[in-house]
Design a protein around this ligand. Structure first.
Ligand code: PMP
Length: 333
C-alpha cells in the first residue's frame, strides 16, 4: 500500500534528521523530528487530528458541526484542514499579534478567523477563554452543534503524542536515546513524548526548553510560576500548568533567550538547508544545552515544529529583528 487515503493519513510518521553542526560542536547526536513535514505544516496537525478523532469517538461531533478553538495559529490550521476532510466548520480565535502568514493560511483553509487583542490568560478576553465562551454559545445556536477543541486542557492532545510521536522516536532511534527536549505551548508534545519515553526507559532525560516570557522554567526549577523577559517566538511560552502538563515527567529545564536560539536557526537555514520557525530555534538551543549537560556520546532528540516561511515577515525580516534588537540572518542583513 503506497497510497495514503487523505489528509489525516498523512499526519505523523515524520523522519528524524541529524543536525550536523550542533552535533559536531557538542559531540552528541542531536536529532530533529521533522514535524514541519506534516500536511498542514506543523506538529499541531497531530494534536488537531487526535482531538477531532477523540470527539468523534465520544459522539461529541456531528456531521456539519462546528469546531471552535483558541490558537496561536498552527492548531487552527490543523483543525481547519482535518475539519475540511471530515465535514466540520472551524471558527478560529487568534491573538492579533501572530504572524500574517498563519492568518493567511487559516483564511485559505476556510476557517472563520476571529482576531482578538493579545491579553494575558487571567483576562476574560484572552483568546483561549474567548474561544471557550464562543463554543458554548455556538453549541446552542448551531443546528449541528459545536465543540471547543480546548487543546490546552484536553488531554486527547498529549495522548496523541503518547500514541504516535513518542513511539516513532523510540523506533527511529532504535531505543538509543538519552534525552528529549522541547518547548511548551499546550505541553501536549513534551508530556506525551516524555511519558512514553520514560515508560520505555526511565533514564531518558526529559527537559523543558522555555523561551523568555514563559513561567515554566521557574516552576520546574523552584516551584514558582514566574515569567521574565520576552520572546518573538510564537506558539510557545506558557504561564500555567495546563491539564496536558499535569504529571509530565520533566527532569530538567532551560531558559533560552532569543539571542541564543536565533543564530542556530539562521545557521541551519544557510548551512544545512533547513528553514524553520522560532519554536524550533528554542528547541535546538535546548538540545545543545542538554548535550552540554550530558556530555559527548549521547543521543538527544528535539522537535522541528514548523517551517520558517510561516514567519517570513518577522523571523526572517531584518527590519523587524532590528526593531527588537535581535541578530538578523547574515545573508539578509
Ligand atoms: N511550536 C509551534 C510553532 C507551535 O505552534 C506549538 C503549539 N502551539 C508548539 C511549538 C508547542 O507544542 P505543544 O502545544 O505540544 O506544547
Amino acid at each position: 500500500m503506497q497510497i495514503r487515503s487523505g489528509f489525516v493519513d498523512l499526519v505523523g510518521n515524520t523522519p528524524l534528521v541529524r543536525l550536523k553542526k550542533v552535533s559536531q560542536e557538542t559531540g552528541c547526536e542531536i536529532l530533529g523530528k521533522c514535524e514541519f513535514l506534516n500536511p498542514g505544516g506543523s506538529v499541531k496537525d497531530r494534536a488537531a487530528w487526535a482531538i477531532i478523532e477523540d470527539a468523534e469517538k465520544k459522539g461529541l461531533l456531528e456531521p456539519g458541526g462546528v469546531i471552535v478553538e483558541g490558537t496561536a495559529g498552527n492548531t487552527g490550521i490543523g483543525l481547519a484542514l482535518v475539519g475540511n476532510t471530515r465535514g466540520y466548520r472551524t471558527v478560529i480565535v487568534m491573538p492579533e499579534t501572530q504572524s500574517q502568514e498563519k492568518k493567511d493560511m487559516l483564511r485559505l483553509a476556510g476557517a472563520d478567523l476571529r482576531l482578538v487583542p493579545a491579553v494575558p490568560y487571567k483576562n476574560p478576553d484572552n483568546y483561549v477563554k474567548y474561544a471557550g465562551r464562543l463554543a458554548e454559545e455556538m453549541a446552542r445556536s448551531e443546528p449541528n452543534g459545536a465543540i471547543w477543541a480546548n487543546q490546552f486542557d484536553n488531554v486527547a492532545n498529549r495522548e496523541g503524542h503518547y500514541r504516535t510521536t513518542g513511539p516513532e522516536i523510540w523506533e527511529q532511534t532504535g531505543g538509543k536515546i538519552d534525552g528529549f527536549t522541547c518547548a511548551v505551548g499546550t505541553g501536549g508534545t513534551l508530556a506525551g513524548v516524555g511519558m512514553f519515553l520514560k515508560e520505555r526507559r526511565a533514564g531518558v532525560r526529559i527537559a523543558l526548553a522555555d523561551p523568555m516570557g514563559a513561567a515554566l522554567y521557574n516552576f520546574y526549577k523552584n516551584g514558582e510560576l514566574k515569567a521574565e523577559g520576552s520572546s518573538i517566538t510564537e506558539g510557545i511560552g506558557q504561564g500555567r500548568i495546563t491539564a496536558n502538563l499535569e504529571g509530565a515527567p520533566v527532569d530538567d529545564a532551560f531558559q533560552i533567550p532569543d539571542e541564543e536560539a536565533l543564530p542556530l536557526l539562521f545557521d541551519l537555514a544557510i548551512e544545512e538547508g533547513l528553514v524553520l520557525g522560532g519554536s524550533s530555534a528554542i528547541n535546538i538551543a535546548g538540545a545543545v544545552r542538554l548535550a552540554r549537560e550530558l556530555g559527548p556520546g549521547h543521543t538527544i532528540v528535539t522537535i522541528l515544529c514548523d517551517y520558517g516561511s510561516r514567519y517570513q515577515s518577522k523571523l526572517f525580516n531584518p527590519a523587524f529583528l532590528a526593531e527588537k534588537g535581535l541578530p538578523a540572518p547574515r545573508w539578509l542583513a
